[in-house]
Design a protein around this ligand. Structure first.
Ligand code: DQA
Length: 143
């Protein structure tokens, strides 16, 4: 069974309550149930932390064994060279996801340290972006 690791960074534990006009009304834990129903043949591992070091530890722990990583590092996307280095270090392919269209927001959200370390980036498609990232990671085609 293929394993996909979903990593959410700071403040994403507040999805559903946090700025619903930008991030919607649904908690990630609730959305995860939808993902599990959509992908019954996958083992989805979910990790959220507000602490950069914990995110690094999880990438180190699972980044050599899972089949892919979906990462929304929240604001650490725009600041963390350490997370970029961790994505370079591991063997699993990663896809970066942002719920909001970061390019339509403040300019400090336009740069990501992670994008260059990922296969691709999905922004602005809401929670659907996680589903699309998983579909890409489990495709059997050449990529
Ligand atoms: C976000 C965009 C980031 O700029 C922001 O800091 C977040 C959420 C998104 O999913 O749209 O926390 O990653």
């Amino acid at each position: 069974m293929k394993q996909i690791l979903i990593i959410n960074g700071p403040n994403l534990n507040l999805l559903g309550r946090r700025e619903p006009d930008i991030y919607g009304n649904r908690s990630f834990v609730d959305y995860l149930k939808t993902l599990e129903a959509q992908f019954p043949d996958l083992q989805l591992r979910y990790f959220q932390s507000n602490h950069e070091g914990e995110l690094l530890d999880k990438i180190h722990e699972l980044g050599f064994t899972v089949d892919g990583i979906v990462i929304n590092a929240g604001a650490l996307t725009h600041t963390s060279i350490a997370l970029a280095d961790a994505l370079s270090a591991i063997t699993a392919p990663a896809v970066e996801v942002h719920i909001s269209n970061v390019h339509a927001r403040e300019s400090f959200r336009h740069h990501s340290y992670l994008s260059a370390k990922c296969k691709g980036v999905i922004v602005g498609l809401g929670l659907k972006g996680y589903e699309l990232a998983i579909r890409f990671l489990v495709m059997n085609d050449e990529r």
